[in-house]
Design a protein around this ligand. Structure first.
Ligand SMILES: C[S@@+](CC[C@H](N)C(=O)[O-])C[C@H]1O[C@@H](n2cnc3c(N)ncnc32)[C@H](O)[C@@H]1O
Length: 210
């Protein structure tokens, strides 16, 4: 696997495409938190990295006290950074699990979620696994839940097909951000309108190929 600790350093440059993408993800996440029904909001982040999306938004969000979150990350050094970030922000309700985000079991106690973050993952697996993930993430969701996903738009651009797979799985698209920048990336925000399928233990969504 590539050096994801080094990958995260791109966030240190406020002008990097990744930092710009993060700003859009954070804005969409803030909107979905605001739109959530009154009461508890459960968030899952798949391959959470340093947790910059949620941990960046939650401290000043009016729904902060309603949120509990499970962030799953494999790399122990990155987990430490995420835990330190959450602690610094006083977010005791954000749990960072060191483990495999690719298999459903780790989410068993966190489902059904109201918001699922799938950011920075769909570009790191086979197209077949992207389809498998998009078609099956609904098992982690409650009806009405939002999924925020990202994927580069380099040719051959897979994002039109990803949008179709989410639609097939019962999601309506709320937005698709595709800024006209040199680094091409897309951010999809979808909402589950169908009833979710049952949670399947032992289900492998994907395998990272890089
Ligand atoms: C491209 S980064 C994205 C991080 C974060 N979601 C973001 O957008 O900033 C992918 C992350 O997935 C982690 N990762 C890779 N395979 C994983 C797995 N099977 N389970 C959990 N995390 C994994 C890597 O260590 C890395 O931190």
């Amino acid at each position: 696997m590539r050096d994801y600790e080094a990958w995260h350093r791109q966030y240190d440059d406020p002008t990097s495409p990744l930092t710009q993408r993060l700003a859009i993800v954070q804005a969409r996440l803030g909107q979905r938190l605001s739109a959530a029904a009154p009461g508890a909001i459960r968030v899952i982040s798949i391959c959470a990295g340093e947790g910059r999306d949620l941990i960046g938004v939650l401290p000043h969000h009016p729904r902060r006290a309603d949120v509990t979150a499970v962030l799953v990350e494999l790399n122990p050094h990155i987990v430490e950074v995420a835990r330190a970030n959450a602690a610094r922000a006083g977010l005791t309700q954000v749990k960072i699990l060191e483990g495999d985000a690719a298999v459903s079991d780790i989410y068993a106690a966190a489902v059904p979620a109201d918001i699922v973050l799938a950011c920075g993952i769909l570009g790191n697996m086979s197209d077949m696994d992207v389809e498998r993930t998009a078609r099956n993430l609904s098992m982690l969701c409650r009806t009405g839940a939002s999924v925020i996903w990202t994927r580069h738009r380099n040719e051959p651009d897979l994002t039109p097909r990803i949008r179709g797979w989410f639609a097939d799985a019962g999601f309506e698209e709320l937005s698709f951000d595709a800024p006209d920048t040199a680094a091409k990336y897309g951010i999809g925000t979808v909402r589950l309108i169908a009833g979710p399928p049952p949670f399947q233990p032992g289900f492998r969504f994907f395998t990272f190929t890089r």
